[in-house]
Design a protein around this ligand. Structure first.
Ligand SMILES: C=C1C[C@]23C[C@H]1CC[C@H]2[C@@]12CCC[C@@](C)(C(=O)O1)[C@H]2[C@@H]3C(=O)O
Ligand SMILES: O=C(O)CCC(=O)C(=O)O
Ligand SMILES: [Fe+2]
Length: 357
């Protein structure tokens, strides 16, 4: 049933991609999904050179105030970023019938399909995605029965480089809070099972009426995002509104996710973000969704809590939290909140009402 719905939605996407904007109008994208640019603000998402001797302090400040920043000198070879982008382009350029051979199954995580968060929105988003958890081989073989190894090699190498960067970022993020990687038992001993999300946003005939990927926070500890040279990503900042995260060649975007929000006891709030579409350019992005080993319990770090600052969240594992997110979407974080006047109501990061696009 769910698969039918997903497949139908994907097919509908290809249908409206061919027929033009009429389909979108029929489905009636509401005003709440119109973009709200805030270009008058001087606020810009921080760009941090990871080789800067002050990197730790800068990263900590960016996490506290923005929950998103870009990094340069991050150690990931530029040509690997290009190869990954080319692999994504090749995948999305396949005929729809071919892509559907690797469709995500009803309860599965990996494969081709519409954004998972689509279930929470009545209208289609102007995007398609491909999620890879674990080995890419099974799905790649369905896409390219004879020539899948190049794609898989790029994915594996990309995941390897991203894992190194994620570790480095975790150590800077925690270090800035006075916590070392050694203080976090699982951080140095166990490997996580990250997800790779390839997103494709075709050029859209009526971009002001469509949304590429609706506003959400990632369930991760952190997400590392590569975007092609086309704008579209926007982050929400309290008091400022939606701010575009401009593509900088070679730079990577880092998002604070919900699990780091919990681990830091709310000191690093997860960032609400979304992807807009445009009239002329095809936009691609590749997100590396990094979390803890799936069955390790994540709760506010004891170093960050005391009688005055009690733990604000209960312990959750990544797999449990992904389930909660799949069920409650933007209410997931407040559903694991423990105490305080906000319990059961609007968390500062609850994203209900106006904050979710
Ligand atoms: C490991 C993850 C993290 C997932 C679920 C699973 C695989 C795909 C990820 C995303 C990627 C796109 C946004 C998001 C919100 C979505 O719909 O799918 C993410 C979600 C999450 O962060 O909750
Ligand atoms: O395409 C983008 O810039 C955002 C993608 C994203 O938020 C995600 O994959 O979680
Ligand atoms: Fe995201």
């Amino acid at each position: 049933m769910a698969q039918w719905k997903d497949t139908a939605r994907v097919l509908e996407f290809s249908a409206f991609a061919r027929k033009g904007i009429e389909k979108v109008k029929v489905r009636g994208l509401g005003d709440h999904e119109l973009p709200s640019h805030n270009s008058s603000t001087p606020d810009q998402v921080p760009v941090i050179n990871l080789e800067d001797p002050n990197a730790m302090k800068l990263v900590g400040h960016a996490c506290k105030t923005w929950g998103v920043f870009q990094v340069t000198n991050h150690g990931v070879p530029t040509n690997l970023l290009q190869q990954m982008e080319a692999a994504g382009r090749k995948l999305f350029a396949l005929p729809m019938q071919q892509k559907l051979k690797a469709a995500r199954s009803p309860n599965g995580v990996s494969g081709y399909g519409v954004a998972r968060i689509s279930a929470f929105f009545p209208k289609l988003m102007w995007s398609e995605g491909f999620t890879i958890v674990g080995s890419p081989y099974e799905h790649a073989r369905k896409l390219w029965p004879n020539r899948y190894s190049r794609f898989c090699d790029v994915i594996e190498e990309y995941k390897e480089e991203m894992n190194k960067l994620a570790q480095k970022l975790m150590s800077l993020m925690l270090g800035s809070l006075g916590v070392t990687m050694e203080d976090v038992k699982w951080a140095t001993t166990q490997r996580s099972c990250p997800a790779l999300q390839l997103n494709s946003y075709p050029a859209c005939p009526d971009p002001d009426r469509a949304m590429g990927l609706a506003a959400h926070t990632d369930s991760t500890l952190l997400t590392i995002l590569h975007q092609n040279n086309t704008s579209g990503l926007q982050a929400h900042k309290e008091g400022t509104g939606w701010v575009t995260v401009p593509p900088i060649p070679g730079a990577l975007v880092i998002n604070v996710g919900d699990l780091l929000h919990i681990l830091s006891n709310g000191l690093y709030p997860s960032v609400l973000h979304r992807a807009m579409v445009n009239r002329t350019q095809h936009r691609l992005s590749v997100a590396y969704l990094y979390g803890p080993p799936s069955n390790v319990e994540i709760s506010p770090l004891s170093k960050l809590t005391d009688q005055v600052h009690p733990p604000l969240y209960r312990a959750v594992t990544w797999s449990e939290y992904l389930g909660t997110k799949a069920k409650h979407f933007n209410k997931a974080l407040s559903s694991v909140r423990l105490c305080g006047p906000l319990n059961g109501f609007a968390d500062t990061n609850d994203h209900n009402g106006v904050r979710v696009g």
